[in-house]
Design a protein around this ligand. Structure first.
Ligand code: DGY
Length: 324
């Protein structure tokens, strides 16, 4: 008998086809995920789930699913899953790294450029017919070339952003809990600095840390107060890394110059004050959203799921302790 797998939300068809070849898949072909109760109902008796970041696997949910052996998340982030609880139950958790690195870094740079050069504001200005003449200071923004880019978190996406920044001859400084290898620092001309120094010296600050207890509200009132008045914050990691209310306060007070945000504390809700600010560019969590990348993420999650169900260590294993 084939293992039973739930796909909680719509994914790209090639991944569904792959799953159907290998497992007995129940496919919830909808963009609306299940609520906690429905999730439990549909997962009862299933050995695996192909989940998305909107599906919450708390310790309670995990405890209520004795048959569950694999959680294959279609995302590089896995803060929607209680990893300790899954590991204790020896449930294999997998994610989809690497395939989204370039696309996500591209989007972080897109947000940086759009915010610095006021692209969204300019587009709106023109469309509503406000453009009547060329003016010396019309929609003047911030230079990107030769500016200082502060990268918080020098993982795969942080490194790729640093590569993009080299093309703009930016100075790249970074902080992380672990310093990068000297070869990488040399190759990307990276300067490793204490966290506060990165905040104080950067013209642009881009966040690339995972959401953990230690990184929740990593950036709040105190940190915004340290930043330059011309600083622009870019966040494509996880919303709760930034205290959104404190960010709105800092922007309103002119403590920093702008923000480009793809992620929010309570998605899909956004701090209402941010919606009214012209110096803020907002996107609905789409940093990895190219057709190619999202397709690859879905196929990778399907493959992770099938591999783990076969009892083999999957390539994108999150909780390595399960195979030790
Ligand atoms: C992830 O993968 O964690 C992103 O937030 C969605 O691509």
């Amino acid at each position: 008998m084939k293992p039973r797998v739930l796909v909680t939300k719509r994914i790209y068809p090639s991944a569904v086809e792959y799953l159907r070849q290998h497992v007995d898949a129940e496919y919830h072909e909808s963009d609306d995920g299940y609520g906690a109760e429905q999730l439990l109902e549909h997962l009862t008796g299933k050995q695996a789930v192909v989940s998305q970041l909107t599906d919450k696997f708390s310790a309670d949910v995990i405890a209520a699913l004795p048959d569950l052996k694999v959680i294959s998340n279609v995302a590089v982030g896995y803060d929607n899953i209680d990893i300790a609880a899954a590991t204790q139950r020896r449930i294999v958790v997998t994610n989809t790294p690497d395939v989204l690195t370039d696309t996500t870094a591209d989007f972080a740079f897109t947000l940086l450029m759009a915010t610095a050069r006021r692209l969204v504001e300019a587009d709106k200005y023109l469309r509503v017919g406000k453009w009547t003449q060329w003016r010396i200071d019309l929609l003047t923004g911030h230079d990107i070339h030769h500016a200082t880019l502060g990268i918080l978190g020098m993982g795969r996406i942080g490194q790729t952003l640093a590569r993009r920044a080299r093309g703009f001859e930016m100075r790249a400084i970074y902080s992380d809990v672990q310093r990068a290898a000297p070869e990488l620092e040399r190759e990307l001309q990276l300067e490793y600095l204490p966290f506060d120094s990165v905040l104080e010296q950067s013209d642009f600050i881009s966040v690339h840390v995972p959401l953990l207890a230690a990184t929740r509200h990593l950036l709040g009132a105190e940190q915004f107060a340290r930043m330059k008045k011309n600083a622009i914050l870019i966040n494509t990691s996880r919303g709760p890394v930034v205290d959104e209310a404190a960010l709105a306060d800092a922007l309103a007070a002119g403590e920093i110059a702008g923000a480009g945000l793809d992620v929010f504390e309570r998605e899909p809700q956004v701090e209402p004050r941010l919606l009214d600010m012209d110096n803020v560019v907002l996107a609905p969590h789409i940093a990895s959203a190219s057709v190619d990348t999202r397709t690859k993420m879905c196929v990778m999650a399907a493959e992770n799921c099938v591999t783990a169900l076969a009892g083999t260590r999957p390539p994108n294993l999150v909780n390595t302790a399960v195979f030790e």
